[in-house]
Design a protein around this ligand. Structure first.
Ligand code: AMP
Length: 393
């Protein structure tokens, strides 16, 4: 078992807290502070225990160079608003003499926010000097940036090897939820897969085949599966290189008695941008100049049967081009059906479905919305996450 923040006495200890404050910015202003408010329970827990808190995060991709556009100063200003009673300092550098001095001068219950970790080239290279510099800032390391846990960076993997460490509350919830669904899922266990690309989900499909009872497939990827069983898919997107893979998945599913449910009708149009030509067609009836851009009403009814009975659901990838209103109904309906099933443990992972669910205002109806797209995919692939593996047992 990995250590959590409940396993340490933090009083007057310097604690390096790695968070994900990679917030969206427009003209230097934060447009959504969801990532910051999500972190408050861990921060408040540590402050209440009189930790001297050194907080660090990346923001955007400054590629190892200082670039004011990606400075954490707007985050600093907003953090002061979120925690008006806490003394918060900002350090213009990430590691070095000033950062070490400021961390040593902190008092219990105070925060020092470091500048963007990715201003240092050593961060993404997990360079020894950078790791040493970070380790000098603290006595204990708390990791709470789930979205970075599949990467071996200085502030994730590197520093965790040097200091006693623990999962923060966000990472703990992610790890416990994925463990529950992948180790001992309540059955029926239904996976819902969509999105455009198959090749970055191959291992997810292979791993889920061994765990689930049903896989509902929508989105652009369903057409490669349909093509594999000789369906006529009109001009819909097909990944020719993955047709054999899809065929083998279907064969393997039959051997394992896993049901793969493919769409039976579609909202189609001449192109993604031609919403005015949208019409519903049954499978095999899609005209040659039309592409399927969302699942149709009969498919939603078919999927409903499985979603209603499920006790565990994991969902990755939208059912259609949800960004356009004309092709959003499939994704929205699936989201609504899941939120209506009150007995299900429902887990959403992957950026697109998370933003779709947020857009439809249905976020609260899910048991768990994963904050890490790439990291949650790795867990669904059955792989370990290096930045979590390395934490103290
Ligand atoms: P992915 O990154 O593979 O999860 O794909 C997400 C993207 O798939 C979204 O931007 C959707 O607009 C797109 N998408 C979903 N369904 C379709 C479809 N039937 N045809 C083309 N693109 C799709």
């Amino acid at each position: 078992m990995k250590k959590t923040i409940y396993d340490y006495d933090f009083e007057n200890k310097r604690v390096l807290l790695r968070v994900d404050f990679n917030v969206p910015l427009k003209d230097g202003k934060i447009t959504s502070d969801v990532r910051m408010t999500a972190e408050l329970p861990t921060i408040e827990y540590l402050l209440a225990r009189r930790a001297k808190l050194v907080v660090c995060s990346h923001l955007g991709r400054p590629d190892g160079k200082r670039d004011e556009k990606y400075s954490l100063k707007p985050v600093f200003e907003h953090l002061k608003e979120l925690l008006p009673r806490t003394k918060i300092y900002f350090c213009d550098e990430v590691v070095g003499e000033t950062a070490t001095k400021m961390s040593n001068e902190l008092k219990g219950g105070e925060i020092l926010l470091l500048e963007n970790l990715r201003f240092e080239a050593g961060e993404e290279q997990c360079d020894d000097k950078m790791v040493e510099g970070l380790a000098e800032l603290a006595d204990i390391f708390v990791f709470d940036a789930f979205g970075t846990s599949h990467r071996k960076h200085a502030s994730t993997y590197g520093v965790a090897k040097k200091l006693p460490s623990a999962m923060g509350l966000l990472v703990q919830k992610e790890v416990e939820t994925f463990e529950e669904i992948l180790r001992e899922p309540k059955k029926p266990f239904v996976a819902i897969l969509g999105g455009a690309k198959i090749n970055d989900k191959i291992q997810v499909i292979e791993n889920l085949l061994q765990k689930v009872d049903v896989i509902l497939i929508g989105g652009g990827m369903c057409f490669t599966f349909l093509k594999a069983i000789k369906g006529n898919v009109g001009n819909s997107i097909v990944d020719d290189e993955q047709i054999d893979f899809c065929y083998n998945v279907i064969k393997e599913a039959i051997n394992r008695k896993v049901k793969i449910i493919l769409p039976v009708d579609f909202v189609c149009a001449k192109s993604i941008d031609d919403e005015s030509s949208a019409e519903i067609y049954k499978l095999d009836k899609i005209p040659d100049d039309c592409m399927g851009l969302d699942i149709g009403p009969k498919t939603i009814k078919l999927f409903k049967k499985y979603i209603k009975r499920a006790k565990t659901i994991v969902w990755n990838g939208p059912m259609g081009v949800y960004e356009k209103e004309m092709f959003a109904n499939g994704t929205k309906s699936v989201a609504e059906l899941i939120t209506k099933n009150k007995r299900v443990l429902s887990v959403v992972g992957g950026g697109d479905v998370v933003s779709a669910v947020e857009k439809f205002g249905l976020k609260d109806g899910f048991s768990h919305i994963s904050t890490g797209g790439g990291a949650s995919l790795k867990l669904l692939e059955g792989k370990n996450l290096p930045a979590i593996d390395v934490l103290s047992e």
